[in-house]
Structure formats: C-alpha cells, structure tokens
Design a protein around this ligand. Structure first.
Ligand SMILES: O=C(O)CCC(=O)C(=O)O
Length: 271
C-alpha cells in the first residue's frame, strides 16, 4: 500500500452546528478530508472488500442476509479496518471526526474511544439498510453517549442509498423494539417497525463529505439502484458508557446469541 498522503485538512465546528445536532440528533457536516486522502482510502477500502478481510473471525459478513441475492452479498460489512491498516487512525477523516465528535458530544477528546466499520452497497442490487438505532446493537447494561460519522467515497444520493434521519428521534427515553432482518436471528442486521418514514430527512452527500448521527437517532439508507457502488466508511465515537443497575432489555441480542449457540452445537454434532 502506498504511503498515506499527509496534507492536513483543518475543520471548525460552530455553535449553530452543535445546537442543531443536540436538537435533531444528526448533522450534515460537509467536507472532512482531502481528495488525495479519499483516493488513498478508496484503495484500502477496495482491498478489504475484495479480500474479504476478517471473514474467519466474523469481522466481514453480509449485514443484509446470508447470500440473499443470487449467491452474492447484498450489504457486506468490514468491522475494525484499522486492525489491518493502523494508519487509518492517523487520517484527516479519523482526526477531524474525533475532534468534531468531541464538540458535538460535549466530551474531551481524551475521554472518547472510537473505531471504524465499512458498509458497501453494491451497484444495482445493494440492499436497503432498514430503520434502526445503533444503540440497539450495543451492550444493554450501559447507557451510551456516542455518535457515528458517516462518509461516502462515492456520491451518496437517494438513488444510491444516502442516509436518512428522523429528526429528534435520539431523544426517545427507551431503545425501540428491534428484530432481525427477514426475522432471521442469524442475520446480524436489525430493523425497527416503530417509525414513520414520512418524517424522514434524506441527507445526500458528495464524496468526502460527512454526516454525524447520535447512537439513538433513527436512520435508514435505501437500496442502491445506480450503476455505481456506494462505499460508506463509518467511524463510531463513544464517551465512557454509564453502567446501568437494570439493563435495558434487548431480546433480539439474546435471540441472536441463542441461534449462534445452536448453530455451533449442530456443527460440533456433525463433525
Ligand atoms: O451505510 C449504511 O447503509 C448504513 C449505515 C448505518 O446504519 C450507520 O452508520 O449507523
């Protein structure tokens, strides 16, 4: 891999942007890195997906269901790309993302931990990412104060699957009930039915522009109906979570753990 381009791309955050995020649970920030860095990131991105890096350890899988489209993946995801490419933590994208996250969350950068994942919507058949709250995937024994930074390496439009948000949904007291995509507990992707899509605000972005969303904000991305892939690189930044005396129930996580256990014991019996 060629060396990381080093030119810095300084950003600032206005009080207006902080207030918009706190009120609405999302923010379209705009440009967050340089063209050179974007090109370099695209090479890394394509290598990770072509080689299906991390598949054996469960760090590469299809979020949209196992081989749902004629034997090919519809929503492949790479978790923790910085394990393979540690330089990803040195990028404008990562450093600016962390800086902006600290302003939006009102938490000093030193207290925030973060990492990345990548979701690819292949051209023409990339499946929708259904309505969900990110926190529904997370540890139920803690209260989370975090957000995601979402940057696309390609034009993200309504047709290719840009993010859409329900303004103010991050202020809900509870995590909404979720279920697994296709009601299959072995599909890692989650969906909630408690949403009014008429309230959705689509947020198209150009390559290298980013949106931010709170971990409880309801969001969605449509299928990719274009002839180009939609390559999203996402960073998740969290303040230290607060332990809860009574965990918030997340039965969908228990169902998934049970289904995986059953699958493993079946595989053992067959061996
Ligand atoms: O990229 C997508 O399709 C969905 C991304 C998402 O749900 C997230 O970043 O939380």
């Amino acid at each position: 891999m060629r060396p990381r381009p080093e030119r810095r791309f300084p950003v600032e955050v206005t009080q207006e942007q902080v207030e918009f995020f706190q009120e609405n649970g999302y923010l379209v920030f705009g440009r967050i890195t340089t063209d050179e860095e974007l090109e370099w990131l695209a090479e890394i991105y394509d290598e990770l997906f072509t080689k299906r890096v991390g598949e054996k350890e469960g760090m590469y899988f299809d979020l949209g269901g196992p081989r749902a489209h004629k034997g090919v993946e519809v929503l492949p995801q790479v978790l923790g790309p910085e394990r393979t490419f540690p330089e990803l933590r040195e990028t404008n994208y990562f450093k600016n993302g962390l800086y902006i996250a600290s302003k939006l969350l009102g938490v000093p950068q030193e207290k925030i931990s973060g990492g990345g994942h990548m979701i690819l919507k292949p051209a023409r058949y990339g499946r929708e990412t259904p309505w969900h709250q990110d926190e529904a995937y997370w540890n139920p024994a803690a209260l989370h104060h975090g957000l995601s930074v979402w940057m696309s390496l390609d034009p993200a439009t309504l047709e290719s699957g840009c993010l859409q948000f329900i303004p103010g949904s991050h202020r809900s007291e509870e995590i909404l009930p979720h279920r697994h995509i296709d009601n299959d507990p072995l599909v890692h992707g989650l969906v909630t039915d408690q949403v009014d899509p008429a309230q959705a605000v689509p947020c198209p972005v150009a390559p290298g522009e980013a949106t931010f969303h709170h971990c409880r904000a309801l969001h969605y991305a449509g299928p990719n109906r274009t002839d180009h892939p939609r390559r999203a690189y996402i960073l998740v930044f969290n303040a230290p979570p607060k332990r809860l005396e009574r965990p918030m129930p997340r039965p969908w996580l228990d169902e998934e753990a049970e289904a995986l256990k059953r699958l493993k014991s079946l595989a053992r019996d067959e061996a």
